[in-house]
Design a protein around this ligand. Structure first.
Ligand code: LLP
Length: 422
């Protein structure tokens, strides 16, 4: 069931008309559906409920604490990549024992914070990081559980900018150095090795790269065990793609992915850890926007909407496709128009789509941009001094603002004019 769908001639989020949210909160606004977050988490978790597994939602995809709290209530863990994300996860009620810490550039302060909180495991990405973590843990009288993020040199991911598992990417320990890294870690008093970690990319629409990765990591686990290392967990990262509504290849369903992973890892005798981000939040949110002007150019029709690339950067950054439709269902004799849908920012890249056929729209009409729940609000900025878009969480027939739209005063309050200029 879709939770952003037409009822009575207009699109609702669950049981709330988007029009009502636009009138109350203003536009642009991100609108999320609790039922969709819950369903996506459930579908993913159920694919692994008969094996030893932890689903650690990748906080970077959508890090609002209300979203995290929704997932925490269902038993979800978290994959964090900064001290800030760690604090968000803890604030939302995700227990430290279900938090894994990834990222290539963890600082001393972030390591301290995570050790104090007692997180489950650090996914270590380099030898300098290992050495610093060892020192920090010793200083604190702690031992850090670690898995090495290894780089399996597998090609995967919907776009070059989100592929992470190739040898040329900055992520993980080079495959050829992996065994040495484990040997080194085993001698460090502040380090306790527990597992192996990978993350090969995002918006992956085929099982093949995951299969290739499992074969390689399975072999590595065997070799490490032969040398006496105790490996109890295998974190396979995130990356499972979602449908964005265009005619691209549909990514495998979580149940199909789940069966494959279980079949291929059954004999490894490890706890599996998953870090899905987009799969849980991508289709749980939309960006609600209003047409400022419908403008005819020399040879194109532009819809200039009040959302822009600073609010949702995916089309500008990755040429990403997002489905769009008017909130109000068109009448029976509607005209279709080919539009370029653009924002108000002074850059040609501020284009959500070109040549999109939509029912004719006019100034003041509301437009939905679908599949904006992952890497939408989380990647937004205040470019052009446009306040961050508010976020709204719907639950049945209720909704609440879960992040306020800042005022311009809020934006300016952290800036200073030095004395020498006044
Ligand atoms: N684990 C790690 C270590 C990651 O780096 C990521 C995403 C994930 C898990 C979650 O991946 P997911 O399941 O969401 O594919 N901004 C881009 C996507 C960047 C993904 C970065 N890493 C986009 O909008 O497409």
């Amino acid at each position: 069931m879709r939770h952003f769908d037409f009822k009575n001639g207009e699109i609702y989020a669950e049981n709330v008309p988007l029009r009502e949210i636009a009138e109350t909160v203003g536009t642009p606004a991100y609108v999320y559906s609790t039922a969709t977050f819950e369903r996506h988490y459930k579908v993913f978790a159920e694919a692994f409920d008969d094996v030893d597994a932890l689903v650690a939602y990748s906080v970077k995809a959508n890090s609002n604490i209300a979203v995290l709290a929704t997932l925490a209530k269902m038993g979800c863990g978290a994959d964090v990549v900064s001290g800030g994300e760690l604090i968000r996860a803890l604030t939302a009620g995700i227990p430290a024992s279900k938090i894994v810490f990834s990222g290539v550039g963890k600082t001393r302060e972030e390591m301290r914070l995570a050790l104090e909180a007692g997180i489950r495991v650090f996914n270590v990405e380099s030898l300098p990081e290992l050495s610093l973590l060892n020192n920090v843990a010793i200083e604190m009288g702690e031992t850090a559980n670690i898995a090495f993020r290894v780089n399996p040199d597998v090609t995967a991911g919907g776009h070059d900018k989100i592929s992470t598992g190739k040898a040329e990417n900055k992520f993980g320990i080079a495959w050829s150095d992996a065994e040495k890294a484990y040997d080194l870690a085993a001698k460090m008093p502040g380090i306790h090795v527990v597992g192996v970690d990978v993350h090969i990319g995002s918006q992956i629409d085929s099982l093949d790269p995951f299969k290739a990765t499992i074969v390689k990591v399975g072999g590595l686990i065997q070799k490490l065990r032969d040398k006496g290392h105790v490996i109890t967990s295998f974190d396979i990262g995130g990356g499972l793609g979602i449908p964005y509504g265009n005619n691209e290849k549909a990514p495998p369903l979580p149940s199909v992915y789940g069966k494959m992973v279980k079949d291929m890892t059954r004999d490894l005798d490890v706890e599996m850890i998953f870090e899905p981000g987009r799969m849980i939040s991508g289709n749980s949110g939309i960006l609600l926007s209003r047409v400022i002007y419908a403008k005819s150019g020399a040879n194109r029709n532009f819809l200039i909407i009040d959302a822009a690339m600073n609010d949702l950067i995916r089309p500008a950054l990755y040429d990403a496709y997002h489905d769009m439709e008017p909130v109000k269902a068109p009448g029976s004799n509607f005209t279709e128009v080919t539009y370029d849908v653009v924002g108000p920012i002074c850059e040609t890249g501020d284009t959500f789509t070109r040549n999109r056929i939509l029912p004719e729209m006019t100034d003041g009409d509301l437009l939905v941009i679908h599949s904006a729940g992952a890497y939408g609000a989380a990647q937004s900025s205040q470019y052009n001094t446009r306040p961050l878009v508010p976020e709204v969480l719907v639950n049945g027939d209720q909704f609440e603002i879960i992040r306020e739209r800042p005022s311009i005063d809020d934006i300016l309050k952290n800036e200073r004019i030095p004395d020498w200029l006044t």
